[in-house]
Design a protein around this ligand. Structure first.
Ligand code: ZN
Length: 87
């Protein structure tokens, strides 16, 4: 059971997508926040062929962490993390 939960969590982690290219499975990403410096940010939409500034789309769990003060968020790989603006 723990392994299954871990896999599900890894499948649904923050995504960086612009306003025009929200996540396809939007039901898993009900909220988005702005990366530090947005729209002059190094966080660029992950959609192929798009070079626009990205928003950080969060799962419900991640958004709860954000509301509790977390501003450094992880993507599904450890290649990088993103810092977001606290509202
Ligand atoms: Zn885009």
């Amino acid at each position: 059971m723990l392994n299954i939960k871990f896999k599900l969590d890894k499948n649904y982690m923050a995504l960086c997508r612009c306003k025009v290219h929200p996540p396809q499975n939007i039901e898993n990403y009900p909220n988005h926040v702005q990366p530090d410096g947005y729209p002059n940010t190094s966080s660029i939409c992950g959609k192929g062929g798009c070079d626009d500034a990205g928003l950080i789309w969060l799962t419900r769990v991640e958004y709860g962490q954000f509301l509790n003060g977390t501003t450094i968020l992880s993507f599904a790989t450890n290649v990088t993390k993103v810092k977001v603006q606290q509202v």
